[in-house]
Design a protein around this ligand. Structure first.
Ligand SMILES: Cc1cc2nc3c(=O)[nH]c(=O)nc-3n(C[C@H](O)[C@H](O)[C@H](O)COP(=O)(O)OP(=O)(O)OC[C@H]3O[C@@H](n4cnc5c(N)ncnc54)[C@H](O)[C@@H]3O)c2cc1C
Length: 504
């Protein structure tokens, strides 16, 4: 059997692509997914997220900053990240897409894709209704008390109310758009693939781990993969599309001999095409919390966690809307002994600031042709002094919010940091704190950058085609030339929508 399309990875992008391409009954599609493909209703409940410790995770470790390493969760299941993530459904700003590689990916080209994927009751010209992914927002009247208090504190700090964070212009505080209905995160597996179930021209194989791409005379012809029984099979396709995410996609290309020739030869992989950019340009949003210890009995763990989102422009950069702030109403640290010890409490809450346009860049490498070896992930967070300065400034705003009188009934003290750390003119203590307590938002992007120039580090062209290899394309977070100023899931789904148009 030779399929028209063999797609590797059924995540946020790949599931969309498989569903859209197979709408044409004359097109045969095989989707290979390394993780399980059976529905798991309990794991789909947002409250059940236990990121790195579930059976739906790749179990990767990454260097974050300095010498620190930490688990770096990535969904290993149908739906990929969209099946394990936090359910924030935020679009980037229109100019994010205009700044990408070409008119193929401009806001004009992407806006219809965002509308098509959405079922957003706001409707109108901006939003789609009836699409596969429901977008919901908490009504102002339904905000739980701590979120109402955050709103009061934010408004007092000059952040105005925003009805729709996805309108492409607004800054301020407003409801966080979520693709969550009745506590269930609607993944691409649910929204896109479930309705496609039973199509004779769409085959989905779960537990199918792609080892490498088979390349014959500069043309991709098949994917070598191990099914769950541990054997090695080949799936042949007229077109091979890799949608394995920003970590596994470059790892798969590198194992297939596509990458920096010297690095590949050094680890015993035969080079097929020299593309220095494979694994480079690793971008990630980075944030840090102000942790707050509440007075005894002032905080409970039974209320909804996160309803409001702040988007604002850092005074530290010329870019607009390049920061995000959110509040966790409660945080039970009984299973996180090290943090509980540092905070001096097993129950805290916190306000987190995150940089949306990081300057720091990381890199991913493979050290073996053996597909059983995980990639080496170096996020290199906060490498740029400008990133540190921006995060420090964000932490100061979080502190002003947390210590505002509107939140006083929940406030006993800021954990870890003394009040003196926030004195003006002294950023050193906050910078050290940012280095120690910053964390990645799990939005890895850019490791197979889209652009015209392979020698300058571009890996795919603006049709997603891998430079130098015929019939091989990549579509997922790895091709983003710049990370959007937003959580990345909705953008990856829109990339899947756009990819289907380009491949058709
Ligand atoms: C814990 C967590 C929380 C997050 N929270 C949010 C959030 O709230 N909002 C938001 O917008 N974004 C969030 N994100 C980010 C967002 O989910 C990702 O950016 C997005 O899912 C990436 O989509 P993708 O298609 O690039 O890759 P993925 O969705 O990761 O899909 C890749 C798929 O390929 C499969 N695969 C990989 N390698 C192979 C192989 N060799 N063979 C076969 N199959 C393979 C994987 O199992 C996976 O299913 C979060 C991510 C994580 C991990």
């Amino acid at each position: 059997m030779i399929y028209d399309f063999v797609i590797v990875g059924g995540g946020s992008t790949g599931a969309v692509l498989a569903a859209r391409l197979s709408e044409n009954s004359g097109t045969s599609v095989l989707l290979l997914e390394a993780g399980p493909v059976e529905p798991d209703p309990e794991a789909d409940r947002l409250g059940a997220v236990d990121f790195s410790h579930t059976g739906r995770d790749w179990g990767f470790q990454a260097r974050t900053s300095g010498d620190a390493t930490a688990p770096y969760p990535q969904g290993r299941t149908l739906g990929g990240g969209s099946s394990v993530n936090g359910g924030v459904a935020l679009r980037g700003m229109p100019s994010d897409y205009d700044a990408w590689a070409s008119p193929n990916w401009s806001w004009e080209a992407m806006a219809p894709c965002f509308r098509r994927l959405e079922d957003d009751p706001l409707g109108g010209d901006l939003h789609g209704m009836g699409g596969p992914i429901p977008i919901r927002r908490a009504a102002k009247d339904d905000l739980v008390a701590p979120q109402q208090q955050l709103l009061a504190a934010a408004e007092d700090n000059g952040l105005g109310w925003v009805d729709d964070h996805n309108d492409g212009v607004s800054e301020g505080i407003g409801p966080s758009p979520q693709n969550v209905v009745d506590g269930v995160r609607v993944s691409t597996a649910m929204g896109y693939l479930r309705p496609a179930d039973g199509r004779p021209n769409l085959e989905i194989i779960g537990g199918a781990y792609a080892h490498h791409i088979v390349i014959e005379r500069d043309r991709a012809t098949a994917v070598a993969y191990s099914p769950s029984d541990g054997s090695l099979e080949q799936a042949r396709g007229r077109h091979i599309v890799v949608c394995a995410g920003a970590l596994n996609t470059p790892a798969l290309l590198l194992r297939s001999g596509i990458g920096p020739v010297r690095d590949l030869e050094a680890v015993g992989i035969r080079s097929v095409v020299d593309l220095p950019g494979v694994g480079a340009n690793l971008m990630e949003h980075v944030g840090a919390f102000i942790f707050v210890v509440p007075p005894e009995g002032a905080v409970t763990t039974d209320m909804v966690q996160h309803q409001l989102l702040i988007r604002y422009s850092s005074p530290q950069s010329p870019v607009t809307n390049d920061m995000q702030i959110g509040m966790m109403n409660h945080w039970d640290l009984s299973q996180n002994e090290p943090l509980a010890e540092v905070c001096g409490s097993e129950l805290i809450w916190g306000i987190c600031a995150g940089i949306q346009v990081p300057r720091s860049r990381g890199r991913l490498r493979v050290l073996s042709p053996d597909p059983g070896h995980p990639p080496v992930i170096d996020l290199n967070l906060l490498d740029s002094p400008d990133d540190i300065a921006q995060l420090v400034d964000g932490l100061r705003l979080c502190h002003r919010l947390a210590t505002h009188e509107a939140l006083s009934e929940r406030f006993e003290r800021v954990a870890v940091l003394g009040e003196a750390s926030f004195a003006h003119g002294d950023d050193d203590a906050l910078a050290d704190y940012a280095r120690q307590f910053s964390f990645p938002w799990y939005h890895a992007s850019g490791t197979c950058r889209m652009g015209p120039d392979p020698d300058a580090g571009d890996v795919v062209d603006d049709f997603g085609r891998v430079h130098g290899i015929d019939r091989l394309s990549v579509f997922d977070a790895s091709i983003l030339p710049m990370i959007p100023r937003a959580n990345t899931n909705l953008t990856c789904i829109a990339v899947g929508e756009r990819a289907a148009e380009l491949l058709r």
